[in-house]
Design a binder for this molecule. Sequence first.
Ligand SMILES: *Cc1c(COP(=O)(O)O)cnc(C)c1O
Length: 375
Amino acid sequence: MDKDRIYLSLSKESGFEQEYIQKALNSNWITSGGPNVNEFENELQSYFGKESYVAALNSGTSAIHLALILSGVKDGDEVICQSMTFSASANPILYQNAIPVFVDSEHETWNICPENLEIAIKDRILKGKKPKAIIAVHLYGTPYKVDEVHAIAEKYEIPIIEDSAEALGSRYRGKKCGDFGTFGIISFNGNKIITTSSGGVLIVNSREEKEKAIFYATQSKDKAVHYQHSELGYNYRMSNICAGIGLGQLKILEENILARRSNHLFYKEIFKGIKNAKLFDNVNEDFFSNYWLNTIVLETKVERENLRIAFENANIESRPLWKPMHLQPLFEKYPYYGNKVAENLFQKGLCLPSGSNLTNKDKIRIKEVIHNFFI
Ligand SMILES: *Cc1c(COP(=O)(O)O)cnc(C)c1O
């Protein structure tokens, strides 16, 4: 294969990262926590507004785990989780020895279905346990039905952990994703909208919760001159080097969102005339996606697989949509509420290359594969 591989989603350097990394090296802050970490948190706090407090961690997964701990989730508790997502949304439920209860998606946003969510909550209460938390996901950058989902959570007084790993820069009714829940999380893994190489943040609503999150993330050290521990701790704090990369990356956040949204327009133009594939689009103006990934739904699984292979033959990466958690060997024994919305999407759906760094040349190659396949 002579042509360079086109990936689904790659990070892009801003050029400012090196300066922050060098500062960390020069000042000997080559550890977890430190000035870059504080500055990174402050910048994100001003991005989200004054009611938001941000704790920088070593991954989005750690952020979800700490959100569960702060929600008081313990052994044997039940936690509701959107089934159609990446396993990192659900794994931390098992870290707590808690029980995941999976809920299907709805057709418009592909995220947690409000009707099935309420059915699940009522049934779990009837069976003797009120769920301790709800994990809702803004999949591929598209906000879930925030008003409906949060109204249900409020009615039953259950905290929401908003998995905004893929949705930095997305908005619902003008308000930024990551900032709706009792807890919000964002990932800065290498494939996300911006990266710290590996990292994440937990967004909370008070200084006390932020301090508690950092306490757990730094081995739960009690106030004492010696090492004293009365609670279980974790090594989850973001490193000062990673935060330096994050500070450099924040400078191109808006640029990356624009690039991803322009990828969406590129695909919109291509799929306009193709009947056998439907490009995912936001239903109305309440939903503003960063279009982290562009996705299509084909008519059959066979067709989806054939298109995926056609891309592969051109050295272009594409992938089926997330396989729902209730179908995963690890999770299939846990309760599930829904129909077959997520299952159907998984069968027929495909993620398309959507990186912030897609070039015009890349786009020509992608377009050629699609045209040859459909026309
Ligand atoms: C990437 C991702 C995570 C996990 O983030 P990491 O930083 O990789 O731990 C969680 N949820 C979703 C939906 C993700 O896409």
